[in-house]
Design a protein around this ligand. Structure first.
Ligand SMILES: [Zn+2]
Length: 71
């Protein structure tokens, strides 16, 4: 079972908490290769169906959109 916490999602509803899950190994890999993010263990991905948004725990402003094939 992936870990899950509630955080606001910029894409879904900015001011309402949504379930977010910890990143898969593939998602962490993509993040390191495609952004300047080095530390991925504090990143969480929105669990809403169809939502591709992930964010670091402490900063909603730094969210990214995963490509559909790894989200
Ligand atoms: Zn979302």
């Amino acid at each position: 079972m992936p870990k899950s916490i509630n955080l606001p999602c910029k894409t879904c509803r900015p001011h309402r908490s949504r379930p977010h899950t910890s990143l898969t190994a593939e998602q962490k890999d993509w993040l390191r290769k495609n952004t300047d993010v080095k530390y991925t263990d504090d990143w969480w991905k929105c669990a809403e169906t169809g939502c591709l948004t992930a964010r670091p725990y402490a900063s909603e402003g730094k969210s990214v959109q995963f490509p559909p094939d790894i989200a």
